[in-house]
Design a protein around this ligand. Structure first.
Ligand SMILES: Cc1cc2nc3c(=O)[nH]c(=O)nc-3n(C[C@H](O)[C@H](O)[C@H](O)COP(=O)(O)OP(=O)(O)OC[C@H]3O[C@@H](n4cnc5c(N)ncnc54)[C@H](O)[C@@H]3O)c2cc1C
Length: 401
């Protein structure tokens, strides 16, 4: 591991332990994004992980930088998620944005002075982004006019710029999609009421409405034709980042269970001495080790042809393991696991949220299933014995009549 990565991971660990963990319950009660905390994350180098050093970023590879969320996830998975989205937008802006965009935004984004988020989902379409109604009309004067509505926009009202995926025609399909950065102060942008989410209420989320919003073409991040593929790449990075954050969440659940269980007296000994409890804790520990190996391998694969499938494997397996870990560790605490100060309920809800965001577990299964279908096509045939469906008559009964 490089000295630089060591230092960033140590800074992220310190941020989780001293800034996030002690304050997250208060943030949730206040229901507002902790801007001082994200400013501190910026000062610690956590808001420009993959952006080039020339623009004030850390210049880390995706494989290295993604490990930061494992550390941040020790403090809170939703906070880790929000910073991961900011980092992905910053990576895209610094990598693919126009020179004018970089001059205007790059240093503010890498330093965390300004925050960014990604707006793809719409009220009628989450898993099915092809059904997109947000339209950009290309004007002759170097501007685009955008109309539409986005949903589930994280950091809504708090981010300074929204990397928004739009269609540029009514033609079906994704070939006309583009991504354009819309500044929060652009006339015509507005937000709906904030969603209420008891376990991560500090993360503002709402619908975002675009009513004749005019943006300079300087703000095009992914031109027409690249919007969909580029968004898929961003989502793959997000999926692996979520898996990384889930590992921090699992470690946090496990450590709480261990700390409690070694002190809880029962049957003349301690809870942790019971075989049944050790099996439960051991299973969580194995799932955690497997999850770390999987997300790190997936992070290495990003940008290669295996990237999308490996990201799907990580997003399918790790949040499920995190839900199981949070619930199992709650069980280890018995009734105490249900009480607010132990934080286990928050971890269970967060893990469930991480199963949904940036492509649900089911969508990951679809990606993995299609890859298996492709692999099957290249494998030798194994003939199906007569009577087991090998017949020209598709309507043949399953059993003899
Ligand atoms: C906390 C949070 C933050 C978010 N932040 C953002 C953000 O910043 N920007 C953004 O653009 N979006 C964001 N999202 C949206 C998120 O990506 C979507 O919620 C997600 O893609 C699922 O879409 P949906 O909620 O519309 O569910 P739907 O697409 O309506 O799915 C409903 C159910 O159907 C299942 N399903 C769908 N297709 C299939 C299939 N082919 N086979 C089997 N089952 C299927 C799903 O798995 C799910 O269980 C956020 C969501 C959450 C929860």
């Amino acid at each position: 591991m490089s000295d630089k990565l060591d230092a960033i991971l140590a800074a992220a660990h310190d941020h989780a332990m001293t800034v996030i963990a002690p304050n997250v319950d208060a943030w949730n009660r206040a229901g507002t994004w902790p801007r001082e905390a994200s400013d501190a994350a910026g000062a610690a180098g956590l808001t420009g992980l993959y952006a080039p050093e020339d623009w004030g970023g850390q210049g880390l590879s995706l494989a290295d930088g993604i490990q930061v969320y494992e550390q941040l996830g020790l403090g809170d998975g939703a906070y880790a998620f929000a910073l991961s989205m900011h980092n992905i937008c910053t990576f895209a802006g610094c990598g693919y944005g126009t020179d004018a965009f970089k001059q205007r935004w790059a240093r503010d984004l890498t330093s965390g002075r300004k925050l960014a988020n990604f707006a793809l989902t719409e009220p009628q379409s989450g898993s099915d982004p092809m059904t997109m109604y947000t339209r950009a009309q290309i004007n002759g004067d170097g501007t685009w006019t955008i109309n539409g509505a986005k949903a589930w926009v994280s950091l809504a009202t708090e981010a300074d710029v929204y990397f928004t995926v739009v269609k540029t025609s009514d033609a079906p399909g994704h070939k006309d999609m583009a991504m354009i950065a819309i500044p929060a102060d652009a006339p015509g942008i507005s937000f709906g009421p904030l969603y209420e989410t008891p376990s991560y209420n500090f993360l503002p989320m709402s619908e975002m409405y675009l009513d004749n919003v005019v943006v300079s073409e300087d703000n095009i991040i992914l031109p027409i034709g690249q919007g969909f593929q580029g968004s898929l790449m961003a989502i793959d990075i997000a999926r692996v980042s979520i898996a990384s954050g889930c590992c921090g969440l699992m470690q946090s659940a496990l450590d709480t269970a261990l700390s409690y269980s070694k002190n809880r007296k029962m049957f003349g000994g301690k809870n942790i001495e019971l075989d049944g409890i050790q099996w439960m804790l051991g299973e969580v520990a194995t799932d955690l080790e497997a999850s770390k190996l999987l997300y790190r391998k997936a992070a290495e694969a990003l940008g290669t042809p295996e990237g999308p499938l490996m990201a799907a494997h990580a997003k399918r397996f790790v949040p499920d393991a995190a839900v199981k870990a949070a619930n199992t560790c709650t069980q280890v605490l018995g009734g105490m696991g249900l009480l607010q100060p132990y934080g286990m309920d928050r971890l269970s809800r967060l893990a469930q949220m991480l199963r949904i965001v940036d492509g649900t577990t089911e969508i990951s299964r679809v990606v993995i299933g299609r890859a298996q279908q492709k692999r099957a096509a290249n494998l030798p045939d194994i003939s199906v014995p007569k009577g087991f469906g090998e017949t020209d008559d598709e309507a043949a009964p399953l059993v003899a009549e």
